[in-house]
Design a binder for this molecule. Structure first.
Ligand SMILES: C[S@@+](CC[C@H](N)C(=O)[O-])C[C@H]1O[C@@H](n2cnc3c(N)ncnc32)[C@H](O)[C@@H]1O
Length: 273
């Protein structure tokens, strides 16, 4: 290797931390926890205290949860030791000692994990769509129901519309980089969708396939049917609202069974045990 090569500065992609980029571009825990607090109060008439975060990744939502109220406790479950170690070093370490005592990170499979019953169980960013088989989804929902107190709530996110069923690339500017969402392959028979997240930087360097997922695209209706089969007494879809003039998606979610033929809509399914 020549001297010139040795002193090549590292590119922005080489210096980047994919978990920090993910948190900055994909997640909005404050918005999601506001939705959980508001919906729980409306449906259950009280403030929730205990939360389990499934498919927790960096557990940022659990960290924000214990910061919200001194009475809050969180359990974050993920199957990947690397991401939980990252969480301990970068997210949990920023909490006070007292807050750290109210959060637990569990290295486990959400299909097997045993936890004390909680008020709120959240599974966000469509991670439960890793489950491809109906029997596995049913088993997961049964386990989430057992993990909730009698007046608890399950929070899932969901998306729909014609754009789910096709390959596409979407770019969005975030502070200091570009977030790229790629639906790389879609199988129109199995509904299997292969997706990647890439990050592009101002120095033209790229972090390709920083995260990759294979999901089955589930419909809201079939998910509600499986929830009912798993013993949930009721499920409610909260659909993203759209500006009637511009068709722009708004940061507002309404409980409804009505949806037009939107190209893409985001929502939540909230289920009562
Ligand atoms: C897309 S990340 C979700 C992060 C976060 N929940 C969010 O809202 O952005 C998916 C996470 O699910 C974890 N995961 C996948 N299968 C799992 C399983 N069976 N049990 C527990 N965690 C799982 C992966 O390790 C990964 O960290």
């Amino acid at each position: 290797m020549s001297t010139a090569e040795k002193i090549q500065p590292m590119t922005m992609a080489e210096q980047a931390d994919r978990h920090l980029l993910y948190q900055a571009s994909v997640q909005n825990p404050d918005f999601e926890l506001d939705f959980i607090d508001k919906t729980f109060k409306k449906l259950r008439g009280r403030k929730p205290r205990t939360m389990r975060e499934d498919f927790a990744g960096t557990a940022i939502s659990s960290c924000q949860w214990v910061k919200r109220r001194r009475t809050n406790k969180a359990v974050a479950v993920d199957i990947d030791a690397e991401v939980l170690d990252w969480s301990r070093r970068y997210n949990v370490a920023k909490l006070t000692i007292e807050q750290q005592q109210r959060i637990e990170l569990l290295l486990d499979d959400v299909l097997n994990v045993e936890t004390p019953r909680v008020d709120v169980l959240q599974a966000y960013n469509f991670s439960y769509w890793f489950f491809q088989e109906r029997t596995t989804m049913l088993e997961y929902f049964k386990r989430t129901r057992e993990a909730l107190v009698d007046d608890g709530l399950l929070f899932l996110d969901v998306f729909g519309g014609s754009e789910c069923y096709q390959t596409q690339k979407e770019k969005r500017k975030v502070d200091g980089f570009k977030y790229v969402w790629e639906q790389a392959e879609f199988n129109a028979i199995t509904n299997e969708l292969k997706c990647h997240i890439h990050f592009h930087f101002p120095d033209k360097s790229k972090l390709k396939k920083a995260f990759s997922y294979t999901w089955r695209v589930w419909g809201a209706r079939e998910l509600r049917e499986i929830l009912a089969e798993a013993g949930f007494s009721e499920s409610i879809v909260y659909r993203q609202k759209f500006d009637p003039k511009t068709d722009e998606a708004l940061d507002e979610y309404i409980a409804t069974d009505e949806a037009e033929d939107y190209a893409c809509w985001l929502g939540y399914i909230v289920a009562k045990p």
